[in-house]
Design a protein around this ligand. Structure first.
Ligand code: ATP
Ligand code: MG
Length: 240
C-alpha cells in the first residue's frame, strides 16, 4: 500500500497554546485510520490543517506525493480531500440536493450533468433521498450530520475526513452508518475518522491514532492501542 497523506512535524499554536505539537503520521492508500483523544486534544485542528482551513505554523503536509502545505482549501478539496465538520454547517438557504450539487460542482469540479447522477446516488446511500427538496436549514441535527457526510461524498473524495458523525445515533443508526462507511471503504476511499463512539470506530478502523495535548500518544493496531496502559490511563481514565 502506498501513502496517500503524510504529515511531517506539523505544529499549530493559538497564542501560547500549542494545539498541534510536531505531529508526524501517514495515511495509507485505502486505509481507514481512527482517531481518539480527550476533548480539546487537537483532533479537529488536525483536520483543519489537512483540509487547509487552518495554516500550519511549521511542518509540511503531503498528499499523493505533492507538498500541499500552501495549497488553498478549495484546491485541496478539488484534488480529492473531502471533509465533514463536527458542527454541521450546511448552506441553510439551499435544499439538501442543492447542498450536494455545490459539493460536486464547486468542491468536486464536475459539470452539472456529471454531478446530477452522483448526487442522487449519494442521497440514496446516505438515506436522504426523500428529503432532497427540503431546505437544509429545516433538518434535525441528525439529518444535518448525514448531510455533512453526503456533501463530502458528493465531491468524490480520495481521502475523506470524518469528524464525529456517530454521536447521538441510536444503536440501529450507528450500525447503518458503520455499514455505509464499510461501503465507502470498499470503493477504495482512504479515511480518517475522529469519533468518541469507540465501538463504532473499532468496527471499521484498520489503525488507531490517539492524540493527547496535540501529540501522538499511540499509533498502530487497534487492539494493541486499546490495550496500551498509557492510552487506558489518559484516554479512558482507567488507572492500571
Ligand atoms: N480558532 C481557535 N482559536 C483559539 N483556540 C482554538 C481554536 N481552535 C481550537 N482551539 C483550541 O485548541 C484546542 C484543541 O481544539 P480542537 O477543536 O482541535 O480539539 P478536539 O480534540 O477536536 O476536541 P473535541 O473532542 O472537543 O472536539 C482547544 O483547547 C481549543 O479551545
Ligand atoms: Mg473536535
Amino acid at each position: 500500500m502506498g501513502t496517500v497523506l503524510s504529515l511531517k512535524k506539523v505544529s499549530k499554536s493559538y497564542g501560547a497554546l500549542k494545539v498541534t505539537d510536531d505531529i508526524d503520521f501517514i495515511l495509507k492508500d485505502g486505509e481507514t485510520l481512527g482517531i481518539l483523544g480527550p476533548n480539546g486534544a487537537g483532533k479537529t485542528t488536525l483536520f483543519n490543517l489537512i483540509s487547509g482551513d487552518v495554516r500550519a505554523d511549521n511542518g509540511s503536509i503531503f498528499y499523493c506525493g505533492e507538498d500541499i502545505t500552501r495549497v488553498s482549501p478549495q484546491n485541496r478539496c478539488r484534488q480529492g480531500i473531502g471533509r465533514t465538520y463536527q458542527i454541521p454547517h450546511p448552506f441553510s438557504g439551499m435544499t439538501v440536493f442543492e447542498n450536494l450539487l455545490v459539493g460536486a460542482t464547486y468542491g468536486g469540479n464536475m459539470s452539472e450533468d456529471q454531478a446530477d447522477p452522483i448526487c442522487i446516488d449519494v442521497l440514496k446511500k446516505t438515506g436522504l433521498i426523500k428529503k432532497a427538496n427540503l431546505l437544509s436549514g429545516s433538518l434535525t441535527l441528525l439529518d444535518r450530520k448525514r448531510l455533512e457526510l453526503a456533501r463530502a461524498l458528493a465531491t468524490q473524495p480520495k481521502v475523506l475526513l470524518l469528524d464525529e458523525i456517530a454521536g447521538g445515533l441510536t444503536e440501529h443508526e450507528a450500525k447503518e452508518l458503520v455499514d455505509l462507511i464499510g461501503d465507502i471503504k470498499a470503493e477504495g476511499v482512504s479515511m480518517i475518522w475522529i469519533e468518541h463512539v469507540v465501538h463504532a470506530l473499532l468496527s471499521v478502523a484498520d489503525r488507531l491514532l490517539v492524540i493527547n495535548f496535540g501529540s501522538k500518544l499511540a499509533d498502530g493496531d487497534p487492539d494493541k492501542v486499546m490495550n496500551d496502559p498509557e492510552v487506558k490511563r489518559v484516554y479512558m481514565g482507567i488507572e492500571v
